[in-house]
Design a protein around this ligand. Structure first.
Ligand SMILES: Nc1nc2c(ncn2[C@@H]2O[C@H](COP(=O)(O)OP(=O)(O)O)[C@@H](O)[C@H]2O)c(=O)[nH]1
Ligand SMILES: [Mg+2]
Length: 315
């Protein structure tokens, strides 16, 4: 368990090694992952969602500076929406955030989307666990808006930030209600451009149409200029305010319980899926069932239950 011990001390190389091992599903890495789990659950996880080009990476970059000034340690997970086929990371993100490469209290990693929802949220959750065990106080997860096939950010984060930009007035109306409802904090970035106030007015109007029961969180709207860092301090304060609210209202515990449940179900699914491909498929049994299905000798429901029963006996 040497690797795990190093990770608990915040060792960047050990953490990188474990992350690679988890991605490649190396058995020893899975053991290390198990052994760090008791030391997780301490970091505050902040999701940053928005359209490509909204300024998510730039904003996180300026938040890193803000939180480092407060002597807090920071983790960043950038989920790459643009290169699903190469398995590579956005070069821009690497370059832009690289200035923190020498600061051992900032740990940044990219995660390529592999096009499979469950796989992505599992990989994200595991990467969060590693950074959490390293002792990072706050972990940012950057993703594009929850369109089809992308993970629902509120399922892996404590505080969800949605970034809008000037000129989005009409789009707000058309945005999926789910995105707006999941937001704990709205950011209107590129406030140096015309139209930021219009977006704010639109957003306020939309929020005021929503019922606000007493004692519930009312999402704040923060204007930022990520390139200059303007608004970053105010946003950091809003994140703290949300965190305090989540704790005092009991909402944090509730959300984390939900996340834990989801992670358990995801893990069950991935164990089953792995087992099916590695064992049942190898034996030719899967193909045999497919033959039966093609010939309509059985149906997907009965065939699936057959495989599940078989897997459970072996797992
Ligand atoms: N004018 C202006 N440009 C910005 C601001 N924030 C980010 N940008 C620019 O917007 C572009 C996209 O930013 P990026 O952070 O990569 O967006 P992401 O795709 O959401 O991560 C870059 O060229 C940034 O320099 C801002 O506050 N004002
Ligand atoms: Mg980005």
């Amino acid at each position: 368990m040497e690797l795990a011990d190093k990770i608990l001390e915040g060792d960047v190389q050990a953490a990188s090694r474990l992350i690679r091992g988890i991605e490649d599903e190396v058995p020893s890495a899975i053991e290390e992952l198990k052994s760090i789990y008791p030391y997780t659950g301490r970091a505050h996880i902040v999701g940053v969602t928005g359209a490509p080009g909204a300024g998510k990476s730039t904003l996180i970059d300026s938040l890193i500076s803000t939180f480092r000034k407060k002597k807090m340690t920071v983790g960043v997970i950038a989920i790459d929406p643009t290169s699903p086929f190469t398995g590579g990371a956005i070069l821009g993100d690497r370059v832009r955030m690289q200035s923190y490469g020498i600061d051992k209290d900032v740990f940044i990693r990219s995660l390529a989307t592999r096009g499979w929802k469950g796989g992505l949220s599992k990989a994200t959750a595991n990467m969060i666990h590693v950074m959490d065990a390293m002792g990072k106080d706050i972990i940012f997860v950057e993703t594009v808006g929850s369109g089809q096939g992308e993970i629902d950010i509120s399922r892996v984060t404590d505080t969800a930030i949605v970034i809008l930009t000037p000129g989005m007035g009409d789009e707000i109306q058309m945005m999926k209600a789910g995105i707006l409802e999941a937001a704990d904090i709205f950011v209107i970035n590129k406030a140096d451009r015309d139209g930021a106030d219009n977006v704010k007015v639109e957003l306020e109007a939309m929020l005021s149409r929503r019922p606000h029961p007493a004692g519930e969180w009312k999402p704040g709207i923060i204007l930022t200029e990520a390139i200059s860092g303007k608004g970053s301090e105010e946003l950091a304060e809003e994140i703290f305010r949300n965190k305090e609210f989540l704790i005092s209202s009991g909402e944090l515990q509730k959300r984390r319980r939900e996340k834990t449940k989801l992670e358990l179900v995801n893990t069950i699914e991935s164990y089953l899926e792995n087992y099916i491909y590695q064992n049942i498929d190898k034996d030719g049994y899967l193909e045999k069932l497919v033959d039966d299905l093609v010939q309509r000798k059985t149906n997907p429901q009965s065939a699936a239950l057959k495989i599940i029963n078989l897997s459970i006996k072996q797992l």
